[in-house]
Design a protein around this ligand. Structure first.
Ligand code: FE2
Length: 279
């Protein structure tokens, strides 16, 4: 009986904001091994910065799919390579935040089959400092109600938001009703992983890319902007110290998370694992 239930448990992995070539490179070097070692069934990744820090091209999306990523989520930079993004939204498992207004291409919800389990992957965007979108809290309640009616219990949300409080609000609003909520966008990982009422939560998973600069971008322009108010185009460095940040979440047959941990891989060498508290 225990064995039978075990078979129904799924392991999903989520990779934080992939920034440019260094991000893609460290994934290529490590993802296959991590998937094998931790018996991961399905890999989700935020890819809105994967093409030189701004947007996602068809070429780079295919590169990520070939590394073992199953679905790519987005955020405020989803439209930076607009033509490619529209092609991807129409032809590939690529999501953009679902709370864009009606009529915007693509979707932020996809239901995938993992063995005999249906998993809903949802991409949502916050409000503060973000493009104008529909209220994410009202929007997600409608989606979750519909999924519950359809008896879909396995629900993953990538909440792309600037403000920590918005992310905590979403967790308090949905705990016990969804399997996992992972924050993205700030590029800085937080150390507050928890499972409450079967919902895995982390405020921000943190980026995958260059770590010795300003959130994945060369430091010179951001410093100049901070000192003078004058901007310029941000660049992803060619050479840097890199990091890959990945959350691994175990979800039981009822859609409840029962274990979760995060792996940080530094420069393809050192690996740090941190476990979450189960409340
Ligand atoms: Fe973002």
């Amino acid at each position: 009986m225990i064995e039978e239930n075990k078979e129904k448990e799924i392991s999903i992995a989520f990779i934080g904001d992939i920034v440019g070539r260094p991000g893609r490179k460290i994934i290529k070097a490590n993802l296959e091994r991590v998937v094998e070692e931790h018996k991961i069934d399905f890999v989700i990744a935020n890819g809105e910065n994967a093409s030189h820090g701004f947007g996602l091209t068809v070429k780079n999306a295919n590169e990520l799919f070939n590394c073992g990523i199953d679905i790519i989520t987005g955020g405020n930079h989803s439209w930076d390579k607009k033509k490619d993004m529209i092609t991807l939204l129409e032809s590939k498992p690529v999501l953009r935040p679902d709370n864009y207004p009606e009529g915007v291409p693509g979707s932020g919800v996809k239901i995938v089959e993992i063995g005999n389990v249906q998993l809903a992957v949802i991409n949502l965007m916050g409000l503060y400092t973000m493009p104008q979108v529909l209220n994410p809290f009202n929007h997600i309640l409608e989606i979750v109600e519909k999924l519950e009616k359809d008896n879909i219990k396995h629900i993953f949300i990538d909440f792309h938001a600037e403000v920590t409080a918005e992310k905590r609000i979403l967790m308090q609003l949905l705990k016990g009703r969804v399997s996992a909520i992972c924050g993205t966008h700030t590029h800085v990982g937080t150390d507050d992983q928890e499972i409450t009422d079967g919902t895995y939560y982390v405020t921000d998973i943190g980026m995958t890319g260059c770590r010795d600069n300003v959130i994945g971008m060369e430091s010179d322009i951001p410093i100049k902007k901070a000192l003078t108010g004058l901007g310029g185009h941000f660049n992803v460095p060619n050479n840097c110290k890199s990091i890959m940040q990945i959350a691994i979440i175990k979800i039981d047959e009822d859609g409840k998370s029962n274990d979760g941990f995060k792996i940080k891989i530094y420069d393809d060498k050192e690996e740090v694992i941190s476990h979450c508290i189960v409340n």
